[in-house]
Design a protein around this ligand. Structure first.
Ligand SMILES: *[C@@H]1O[C@H](CO)[C@@H](O)[C@H](O)[C@H]1NC(C)=O
Ligand SMILES: *[C@@H]1O[C@H](CO)[C@@H](O)[C@H](O)[C@H]1NC(C)=O
Ligand SMILES: *[C@@H]1O[C@H](CO)[C@@H](O)[C@H](O)[C@H]1NC(C)=O
Ligand SMILES: *[C@@H]1O[C@H](CO)[C@@H](O)[C@H](O)[C@H]1NC(C)=O
Length: 967
């Protein structure tokens, strides 16, 4: 038998068997040939696809288990009433229902599709098929006025929902959700809500409505369920929105243009609303007390609504509440203790708010509770004291507990806590303020515990409780005080299931042999681990992120690192003592996105293959090693590369012109090498390039602007060319074009960084990737220590956002242009050791933020102008100009100014340059020699801030405080 014969045989077999079992049906009448033909014509237009979108959990079952090619048994030899997905009326045998959901159909539905020729069709379900680019057919309204249920969700329909939909007068259920290309006009939408008086369920998630909800909804409407999430709804919610007599479900989430306030709830009758989701809207304001009148609510979600104020007291009247989600708001005050006496309460999401106070005792005996997430609040108080010792916690149903990022106090013993939470799957106490202890017994076993986050919990030992956790998948112990070697039994944690391990920022000195071959993320950075690169890492064939930076690993990178070349995305071994050549296996890492080998003792040449390394790479930092030879050419795509740092090696040759292909490049640091050749003007076309550091090389020649380029270096913010052999005039055309240096707003509250290398891959807990961050607060032009000649163009004065300008140690002539007085943000100006002539323009003396000035060793003449800021500089700022006179120089001017008076010495000890400047580098001299943190110690008051400047000699004082943000 051929396959199709088998099918027919089987179908017939089923036909007769099912026929036999339903003898009460009309035995003489089968589905009408016309209706069968209509369906077969529809089938003809469709093809079957093999895999559809798999969602974890959808209408099509867990992982799409319900997908099946539904029209397989549709053929003209069998009764169409027996076809999969077809339902007929028992008596008339008219087709009344078609359910092709998850049927793996693909094709276009024509406007005149025969599917809608079925005169008695009541239910049509086409959900989860692929009708890409089809419109919802007009026809069906005319032909199928018996239709009561229509489900077209997730069908890839596009175009407008037409008025014809109203010719379905009996419609009870309409689901058009998840057709992202679908639109509905405001008038059609309004009519839909007002005229469809039979409609009970309406769902249009993701359909583009982009309009306000009509101010009057039909009060007598029979609507029971309305889901208009992600539809672009706008404006205020109608006041009567809760007054629909039958409405049980109202979901309007993810419509950020819905504005507040939260509508007042009318109290005159019982409101049947059970499920309310207004998350991700701009409600703002407080939650009204009248919310307590929604007495039937069991699901309340108001996440991300910009809500303020405290929880309404009436919240505790919602006796049926099972889920409460008020996360991502600005709610404050304490939690009402009665909340946790609600008998059905299961899921509580109050994270990312400003709640304070202690946790109510009732919480710890709320037996129904399954999920409690309170991270990111200001809860304080000692939970484990007085009448409520930790040991009384009995939450047998709790699976998820997150108290991280709060201000709790007190000591929690991990064993005692876990013994009261027998079904816990996730525990996060990271940064909660709690001190976690461990009495080093592991008597208690939480078999379900899979995620454990204990970052910054003051742990001093590696907790022995972990020993019993055979199912652990994620473990974060970073930022604790764990000392010494990790015990060998640690290998057993999680069995082979551990995926994420963060032990960074402790005082760990040694590791066990790793047996976690399934690990995806391994963070060991900033410990005191010695010894060779652990070869057992090579067995972790799924490793995506490896960070062992800031340790004392030594030896060479083993060949076996190539074992993880398929999966690895972020590799960071910087700041160790690793030697040997560039590990060639790195060139095979096709998913690599960041590579940091800086601050080691690698040597040899950079391999050619580095130029071809990976199309996904965005960050390469191999600075401060001993590499020599030339910089490899970029051979093919380097479209993702954002940062390339080769600073501090012994690289020679020219800057490869192929770097011009790297259209995403934001920072290029080739400083402190032995490069020669000329200025890389081919980089001028890179639209994103903000930082170019070429200092301390052997580059030479004039800096020419190619005549073809109109707007070179449009994003340039930091240009450091110091200590080279550049000659000729200052590059006027370039300077004119640095538009990013003009009128750039400086955010005075937070330092800004270039964030290169993409986001963190760590996910929950800690584990954000430690990419070098480059400060772009400081807009810098540094041409010092070259052989530039000619005049300083006034055009520099148009770079109004400059913070640092250094033209020192050149052969510049002519006067200081008074246009420099336009540099209203400048904090450091160095024109020393040139041949500048003329007087110091008075406008320069008025630069209010100027904290460092050096005009010494020139041929300036005349009186030093007095200005608020100028008066604070010492004589050394002006020395070596023989014709200069007036304070602070000892030389008196011949014609004293009337206003000249003796300067008082500043009383607070902050004047003058008594500051000791300590060059910190970034995480101990790491950051590329490009960004340096300076510690300024002044009269016992340390002040941290980030700056970019030339090697160590530069002093920048700043009046504004910057907080140094480490990792
Ligand atoms: C079976 O179908 C025939 C033909 O349509 C009809 O006349 C008859 O009434 C039906 N029998 C029953 C029991 O409904
Ligand atoms: C539907 O219309 C298309 C073209 O618009 C035509 O080719 C096709 O034959 C029509 N089908 C039916 C069943 O009318
Ligand atoms: C809906 O009702 C309004 C008035 O109630 C009427 O003007 C409009 O024509 C109706 N729309 C449809 C499509 O029936
Ligand atoms: C809570 O926030 C409201 C509004 O933002 C403010 O008026 C009130 O003082 C705050 N209450 C507490 C306890 O912080």
């Amino acid at each position: 038998m051929t396959n199709s014969n088998v099918l027919i045989f089987l179908s017939l077999f089923f036909f007769f068997t099912s026929f036999a079992s339903s003898s009460s049906y009309n035995a003489t009448h089968k589905c009408s040939p016309q209706q069968a033909l209509d369906l077969l014509l529809f089938k003809q237009k469709m093809s079957s696809i093999n895999n559809s979108n798999e969602y974890l959990d959808s209408k099509c079952g867990w992982l799409g288990s319900r997908y099946h090619p539904i029209m397989m048994n549709w053929n003209k030899n069998t009764d169409c009433c027996k076809w999969d997905g077809v339902t007929c009326n028992h008596y008339t045998c008219d087709i009344i229902g078609i359910d092709l959901s998850c049927g793996m159909l693909q094709g276009t539905i024509h406007p005149n599709t025969t599917l809608f020729h079925l005169p008695r069709l009541q239910t049509l379900n086409l959900a989860y098929n692929d009708f890409t680019a089809s419109q919802i057919p007009h026809e069906f309204g005319r032909s199928s006025n018996s239709l009561t249920h229509l489900d077209l969700s997730e069908c890839w329909f596009t175009g407008e929902v037409s008025v014809e939909i109203f010719f379905l007068p009996k419609l009870i259920f309409l689901d058009l959700s998840s057709n992202d290309g679908l639109q509905i006009q405001p008038n059609v939408f309004n009519n839909l809500l007002q005229n469809f008086t039979h409609l009970r369920e309406l769902s249009m998630v993701g359909v583009d409505i982009g309009w306000v909800l009509p101010t009057y909804l039909n009060i007598s409407s029979s609507l029971q369920s309305l889901d208009l999430s992600s539809t672009g709804l706008q404006g205020k919610l109608p006041n009567n929105i809760f007054n629909l007599q039958y409405l049980e479900k109202l979901h309007l989430s993810d419509n950020i243009e819905i504005t507040g306030p939260f509508p007042k709830v009318n109290t005159s009758y019982n409101i049947p609303l059970k499920s309310l989701d207004l998350s991700i809207a701009n409600l703002s304001g407080e939650i009204p007390e009248s919310l307590g009148h929604l007495k039937s609510l069991n699901y309340l979600a108001l996440s991300s609504c910009s809500l303020v104020g405290s929880l309404p007291k009436t919240l505790v009247n919602l006796m049926h509440l099972t889920t409460l989600d008020l996360s991502f708001n600005k709610l404050n005050g304490t939690l009402p203790s009665l909340l946790f006496t609600l008998p059905l309460l299961e899921n509580v999401f109050l994270y990312d708010n400003m709640f304070s106070g202690g946790l109510p005792l009732e919480l710890f005996s709320c037996r129904s509770l399954k999920i409690l997430s309170l991270w990111g609040n200001k809860f304080d108080g000692n939970i484990n004291k007085g009448s409520n010792p930790l040991s009384s916690i009995q939450l047998a149903n709790l699976t998820y507990l997150d108290l991280s990022n709060n201000n709790f106090t007190g000591l929690w013993d991990l064993n005692i806590l876990l013994s009261g939470l027998p079904n816990l799957e996730t525990l996060s106490l990271s940064y909660s303020g709690l001190i976690v202890t461990n009495n080093n017994s592991f008597s208690h076993v939480n078999p379900e515990l899979r995620y454990l986050y204990l970052a910054s919990c003051n742990l001093t030992v590696f907790p022995e409780s972990l020993r019993a956790m055979k199912n652990l998948q994620r473990l974060d112990l970073s930022y604790n005080n764990i000392q010494g070697r990790i015990p060998d039994w640690a290998q057993e944690i999680g069995g082979n299931r551990l995926l994420f391990l963060d032990l960074s920022n402790n005082f760990i000195t040694g590791l066990p042999k790793f047996r976690w071959d399934g690990l995806n993320f391994l963070y060991l950075e900033s410990n005191q681990i010695q010894g060779p690169f652990p070869p057992s890492i090579c067995n972790m064939r799924n490793l995506e992120v490896l960070d062992i930076s800031n340790n004392s690993f030594s030896g060479v990178i083993p060949q076996c690192l190539g074992n993880i070349s398929v999966s690895i995305q972020n590799l960071n071994v910087k700041s160790n003592q690793i030697q040997g050549p560039f590990p060639l296996s790195i060139c095979n890492m096709s998913l690599l996105s960041s590579l940091e080998l800086s601050n080691n003792s690698f040597d040899g040449v950079l391999p050619e293959c580095l130029g071809n390394i990976s199309s996904s790479i965005s960050m390469v930092d191999i600075g401060n090693n001993n590499f020599h030879g030339i910089i490899p050419n970029v051979y093919e795509e380097c479209g993702q590369l954002q940062g390339l740092i080769l600073n501090g090696n012994r690289l020679q040759g020219e800057i490869p012109s192929s770097l011009a292909k790297c259209q995403s490049l934001m920072a290029l640091d080739l400083g402190n090498n032995q490069l020669n050749g000329t200025f890389p003007r081919w980089l001028g076309n890179l639209p994103e390039l903000q930082v170019l550091v070429l200092k301390s090389n052997r580059l030479h020649g004039p800096i020419e602007t190619p005549s073809t380029v109109k707007n070179a270096f449009p994003s340039m913010k930091v240009l450091v060319l110091s200590h080279n052999y550049f000659v000729g005039l200052l590059p006027r055309k370039y300077l004119q074009n640095f538009i990013a240096m003009k009128n750039t707003e400086k955010d005075s509250t937070k330092p800004k960084y270039l964030n290169m290398g993409g986001g963190g891959g760590g996910g929950g807990g800690s584990g954000d990737l430690d990419f070098p961050k480059i400060s772009v607060d400081y807009i810098i032009v540094d041409f010092s220590n070259n052989i530039f000649e000619g005049a300083i163009h006034g055009v520099i004065g148009s770079l109004t956002s400059l913070i640092v300008l250094d033209l020192s140690n050149n052969m510049l002539t002519g006067p200081i242009p008074s246009d420099l007085g336009n540099l209203s943000q400048i904090e450091s100006l160095d024109l020393s050791s040139n041949q500048l002539t003329g007087e110091i323009p008075g406008r320069v003396a008025d630069l209010t933020f100027l904290e460092f000035l050096n005009l010494s060793q020139n041929h300036l003449v005349g009186r030093i102008p007095s200005g608020s800021q100028f008066n604070t500089f010492e004589a050394s700022s002006f020395g070596g100009n023989l014709e200069l006179c007036g304070l602070p120089l000892p030389k008196k001017c011949e014609h004293p100014q009337e206003t000249e008076t003796q300067l008082e010495v500043d009383g607070d000890g902050e004047s003058g340059f008594t500051w000791r400047v300590v060059m910190m580098g970034y995480g101990c001299g790491t950051l590329l020699g490009l960004v340096m943190g300076y510690v300024m110690l002044s009269t016992g008051r340390p002040m941290w801030f980030n700056a970019i400047a030339d090697v160590g000699e530069r002093m920048i004082r700043t009046r504004r405080r910057y907080v140094y943000i480490g990792k």
